[in-house]
Design a protein around this ligand. Sequence first.
Ligand code: PLP
Length: 418
Amino acid sequence: MKLSRFGEKFAGESGIVALMDDLGTALNENPDMIFMGGGNPGRVPGMEAVFGEKLEALLADPQQRHSLFGIYQSPQGDREFRREIARFLQQQFGWQLGEQNIAISNGSQAAFFLLFNMLAGEMPDGSKHSIHLPLAPEYIGYADTGLCEGFFSATRPAIELLDDRQFKYHVDFSQLQVGAEAAALCVSRPTNPTGNVLTDEEIAHLDSIARAQGIPLIIDGAYGQPFPEIVFTEARPHWNENTILALSLSKLGLPGVRTGILVAREELVSAFTNANTIASLACGTLGPLLTRSLFANGEIRRLAQQHVTPFYRERSQQAVGFCREHFGDLPWRVHKPEGAIFLWLWFEGLPISSQELYQRLKQRGVLVVPGHNFFVGLEDDWRHRQECLRVSYAMDSTTVEAGIAIIAEEVRRAYDGD
Ligand code: PLP
């Protein structure tokens, strides 16, 4: 098969594809693997019940059922759904926006692909622009989305050491240099993989840098505000005309439904809609029809706070407890879990690479994601990249504890020089 440049880049074995392949193969070969590697949300009974009821009501109404199965939505997304989201955001936070500021996509991952490539890459004047990640490590799913090489740049974080074996990354504003080649700043908040929640001050500072540079600040709220609200700390939702807020229904418990939501200035929404028409023709109907009424009365935020936030807060505390129990006196630290569904473990001075640790854990039946993959856009040989692991705690607590116990054994073996 002859492949184009596009084909070579996107059909080939890029880093993330190889990793996902490896995780998938391992799981297929041994279904009993302890799978702590994925970003799949946990099963939250309260949310499952609500979505189940909504789906049954949809199917019971012939008109609604026809809307669900038999009608193409507009490429910008179901109008009524966009209207309800805009009204909800206006009422909750006083943001000045309307349906023209909302675009729907088939999952936020697909939205990022279009959005990043619309803003960065080869520019009409022949120059090359990149997306800057002000705090690496960042979401692995950004890697490889660019149509050209060198698509991302990133800034190393400042590390604050905290009590109780915790630490927290901060944007290192003393090192953050946003040059003319930056097309946008992008952060996930809460951050995948670390569970960090950038402070309100950090967001305000990034916002002012982006404005001064005349570029947008992209906030990936897949785990954040105003839903699914997997946030365990005080944080203010942020949006203005210079912000592109990317939201998703996935971590509410609907990853199979593939609904992403962009909140942005009208000009960007129009441009995105055109690109989305070419790529997708139309958006799926299920997410909008299932959740529209939840936006209409602000219920979505109440449900998230009642069911989703406590579910993951409890899981995260439990998981940290298992770490304390099993890691004991090993030189371990965990990023302060402020949100999302992962623990980010740091083994300072680990004598083996994170990839080697990943392989050894795979042999022992535990799948995690080796940390070096998340330093998207960072080209240096910082040792820290090799000392971290991302571990999901979305599964039941018995599984999480079993996985952490094995990680402890393998890490101890590595420090012992075995
Ligand atoms: N952004 C972050 C930070 C994520 O972790 C994910 C998925 O795990 C996505 C975006 C994409 O989510 P989806 O395409 O399901 O909306």
